[in-house]
Design a protein around this ligand. Structure first.
Ligand code: PMV
Length: 328
């Protein structure tokens, strides 16, 4: 039996259907070529080291309270032991190809990586569906539920993306359909503003608690956009993909999750000749994505940069969770 295992998981970008997916709708998400790395060595003590997360040999013991950014690691260990019984841990080292500030899904990538590595080390068979449910439980334990409506504050789309990779259509309870699409001529622009996903998911849940039927109508339009986007993506119709992105952005704005900066960046991309653009993720900051043809691609990137954004060179359709090494 091996006593060390290294697992990598991809970061992700939400393309369509954010927020509506929390309420049973569909979303489209792609895994990108920046990865989170988890190395676990079998050990009686559980010790966490991660320069990226600010831990150096941090001893994890029962009954202590943990800093918030260790929460997903702890929840992952708890969730796998709830499922299989017994206790799980070891010397855990975590590092990343990307900064957590970009909002590319580092928490779910860590959660999936820790569970996959612990299962592998302990010779436990784990199909992707089971891995999803264990990891989603862990994420929900950290994110919680909306106080008034009891809605879960996470759909699990990012967990599924970290597991399956590629580009997928995701809907409730971990339902996943792989979408065999070509890489979109996508521009990813970090707005410079760090957003709290939990805050914005709560904000939409507050809105929906008071305006349920209006929100449901918006969510069904979101689903319509996702359906049209899937077909446009499959036929590589980038102009139509862009139009649908801008529509999706308008819908997310009406849910109250856009910001002045995100709105400005979307406008700059469109003025620069993009087919369309939208915020990506929960809103409040993080990234804007734009689709542009060959003739305007450079111009759109320059406009976004001159508007204060940082262009992130990302490739889509990356591979899902992967055991990279295992041995003694
Ligand atoms: O902010 P991100 O990239 O984690 O995306 C959140 C997407 C939501 O639909 C708002 C929440 C969710 O869990 O689906």
């Amino acid at each position: 039996m091996s006593d060390t295992c290294v697992v990598s998981t991809p970061a992700k970008l939400a393309l369509f259907g954010e927020h509506a997916v929390v309420y049973g709708g569909h979303c489209i998400v792609t895994a990108v070529n920046k990865r989170m790395w988890v190395k676990i060595r079998d050990s009686r003590e559980t010790v966490l080291t991660s320069k990226d997360m600010g831990f150096d040999h941090y001893l994890i013991e029962k009954g202590t309270t943990y800093p918030r950014n260790a929460a997903f690691v702890i929840a992952a260990m708890q969730s796998i032991s709830n499922y299989f019984g017994g206790s799980f841990g070891g010397e855990i080292e975590i590092w990343s190809d990307f900064s957590a500030k970009y909002g590319l899904g580092s928490s779910s990538a860590v959660t999936v990586g820790v569970i996959k590595a612990l299962a592998h080390l302990n010779n436990l068979k784990l199909d992707n569906g089971t891995l999803f449910h264990i990891a989603y439980d862990a994420v929900l334990n950290v994110q919680g539920r909306h106080k008034k409506s009891g809605m879960p504050l996470a759909s699990g789309f990012d967990v599924a993306s970290a597991i399956y990779g590629g580009t997928i259509d995701f809907s409730q309870n971990g339902k996943v359909r792989a979408l065999p699409i070509s890489d979109i001529p996508l521009i990813v622009a970090y707005s410079g503003e760090k957003a709290s996903t939990a805050f914005y998911v709560n904000k939409v849940a507050d809105l929906c608690a008071g305006h349920n039927s209006l929100c449901q109508s918006l969510f069904s339009i979101s689903d319509e956009i996702v359906k049209l986007a899937e077909s446009a993506l499959l036929r590589s119709d980038w102009e139509e993909v862009g139009i649908l992105m801008t529509l999706n952005h308008g819908l997310l704005s009406s849910l109250g999750v856009s910001t002045e900066t995100l709105g400005r960046l979307v406008s700059l991309a469109i003025k620069g000749g993009a087919y369309g653009a939208k915020l990506s993720g929960a809103g409040g900051g993080d990234c804007v994505i734009a689709v542009a043809g060959k003739d305007s691609y450079e111009n759109v990137s320059e406009r976004l940069e001159s508007g204060g954004a940082e262009i992130l060179p990302l490739d889509m359709n990356a591979e899902g969770v992967k055991v990279e090494a295992s041995g003694n």
